[in-house]
Design a protein around this ligand. Structure first.
Ligand SMILES: O=C(O)CCC(=O)C(=O)O
Length: 290
């Protein structure tokens, strides 16, 4: 699929799937790292371990940079958001398995994502944020599939509170295999499904938003700042911007808006590529064996 075809499908459906983006070896390394990050993110004295891991890049920069900065994801994110792509948040989670009788027939919880809105008309509106939901195992019935309501990013569909965990008449199950990334529009209604596989259900939410919005992860730690410094030396504007530093933000976000947005974005994306000193960005070799 070309980027144009993918973008057209995304505008229509509100999501697109990147197949097998990550290798089994890299996914295994992520799973192996999970318990140690849990340990480090659980505050002293807290009885229950912290399972929802945030600001995760700071904890495992070498392992996780290949996920957030995968060129296929960033190329597409720039087509959707323009060259304004910041990493808002990297959440890593292993959903524990639950008894089958408690899981069966339920959605985990219908929602739109942060920085979204409830659409009021049928037009496509570029989102302020996108979720690159990455699964580290096949989403079988027992592991808990991903449900989406295609087109709900441009339709005024609501979910009553009592229906939050009910299957929806317009839902579809997205076929997902290990290493796939489901890239969503923030306003797409979606829900996971409880896991009764007997094993943890691993997933990342790699959440990108516009670089002028606040971001939830802290990019100020030493590990992330070391990446920013290397990106600066390489004039890698895209990687700098991803981690909170966007020297062209005010020029581009105050461009006058008298031309078509997507044409301007394409020019700026090309300028950023020209500025790069070295074509291969740092630290991304781990995805190459995928
Ligand atoms: O658990 C899932 O499959 C869905 C995750 C999700 O809803 C989200 O990242 O917003």
């Amino acid at each position: 699929m070309t980027l144009d075809e993918r973008l057209a499908a995304y505008k229509r459906d509100g999501y697109t799937v990147f197949k097998h983006l990550f290798s089994p070896a890299l996914m295994q390394a992520w799973k192996d790292a999970y318990p140690s990050i849990v340990e480090r993110q659980t505050p002293l004295g807290q009885e229950q371990p912290t399972l929802w891991l945030r600001s995760t890049l700071e904890f495992e920069p070498k392992l996780l940079l290949p996920a957030i900065a995968h060129p296929d994801l960033l190329d597409f994110a720039e087509r959707v958001l323009g060259p304004f792509v910041q990493m808002d948040n990297l959440t890593f989670m292993a959903f524990p398995s639950m008894p089958k009788e408690q899981a069966i027939g339920k959605a985990s919880g219908w929602h739109r994502d942060i920085w979204a809105y409830r659409p009021t008309h049928g037009e496509y509106v570029p989102p302020l944020a996108c979720n690159a939901i990455t699964y580290l195992q096949d989403l079988t019935e027992a592991y808990g599939p991903l449900r989406v309501i295609p087109g709900s990013h441009r339709r005024d569909i609501g979910i009553a509170p009592e229906q939050g965990q009910q299957p929806h008449s317009e839902e579809i199950i997205v076929p997902v295999e290990a290493g796939d990334v489901v890239f969503t529009h923030a306003a797409l209604l979606h829900s996971g499904t409880p896991n009764y596989s007997g094993h943890p259900r691993y997933f990342f939410s790699i959440y990108y938003n516009k670089s002028w919005l606040k971001c939830r992860d802290n990019h100020g730690g030493p590990a992330v700042q070391a990446i920013v410094q290397t990106a600066r030396a390489n004039e890698d504007r895209r990687l700098m911007r991803l981690l909170g530093e966007d020297p062209l933000l005010y020029a581009r976000a105050n461009s006058g808006f008298s031309r078509d947005d997507e044409s301007m974005w394409a020019e700026w994306i090309a300028e950023d590529r020209q500025a790069l000193k070295c074509e291969t960005p740092i630290g991304l070799d781990a995805w190459e064996d995928a």
